[in-house]
Design a protein around this ligand. Sequence first.
Ligand code: CP
Ligand code: NVA
Length: 337
Amino acid sequence: MSSNISLKGRDFLKISDFSADELEYLIDLAAELKAKKKAGEYDPCLKGKNIALIFEKTSTRTRCSFEVAAYDLGMGVTYLDPSGSQIGKKESIADTARVLSRMYDGIEYRGYGQSIVEELAKYSDVPVWNGLTNESHPTQIIADMLTVKEHFGKLAGLNFVYMGDARYNMGNSLMVACAKLGMNFTACTNKAYFPDKKLVETCEHIAKLTGGSVKLTESVEEGIKGANIIYTDVWVSMGEPDEVWKERIDALMPYQVNKSVMDKADENAIFMHCLPSFHDLNTGIGKNIFEKFGISEMEVTDEVFESEKSLVFEEAENRMHTIKAVIYATLMEQNNG
Ligand code: CP
Ligand code: NVA
């Protein structure tokens, strides 16, 4: 891909570290890599390089995306599961970073506080990629924006509505991306679940410059009007205690994405979710919640999840293409011009 942008050697820790042009570059690079893969073109251009994947929380999409992307690029991969390394227990993050940098060309980290991945990056000599922290999920965001761009042909000007727990990794990261990319972001939820107040102020400032906007509302009618994209995520995230389920259900059930919500949005609106999702009783947690609280669907109804408006599996596929773009962009020498 011909571009003046080079991300070689950069970490990928949070969306706010990147300019709008850099985000657009990654989205477009992912589209190009996706088209190549669909055409059966294979270019193991990173052969001989190796990456380490550290997961202190579980994963399906992110882990598989990093592995498949790395294999497609010709690379070797080591997966360190939540209990399979010395990290945090017998060895500090700083020491881990310095050890792994001697062996690997890039390190992915999924875990708890954002400060941990930032520290890993500080002590690492090779790019560090954030595979999800409590505060941020940047690789998911690039996949989401690729999915939106593929569907609508553009990003700027679209009305993006986030419903449910907007104060965690997904709500915060999506708000930053929307502000940077000139989109209109609305958090439509109980006010206790609005995104981080300081980050909202920062995003309002960014949005003023990009032509986007940031809005917070507890009114579903007001929030959903004219929505092009309706996004939600689980109400209780990985690492949070089971005790919070009751308060989440009480506070967030009015913001469940159901047919009535979709009917109030723009007639061409789409539904998105980073997954995994509790939309039926086919999961252990879903069954458990049903037994305790009598609800069979949580942040999204099965009807919406399975509807034609739902792009959740396109989004999941795009995790791989976008993670490949992040690996490629941060490890390959760019041909600028
Ligand atoms: N969306 C996402 O990050 O999924 P996993 O937890 O399966 O990686
Ligand atoms: N908010 C969710 C996102 C999962 C991809 C979590 O942190 O568990």
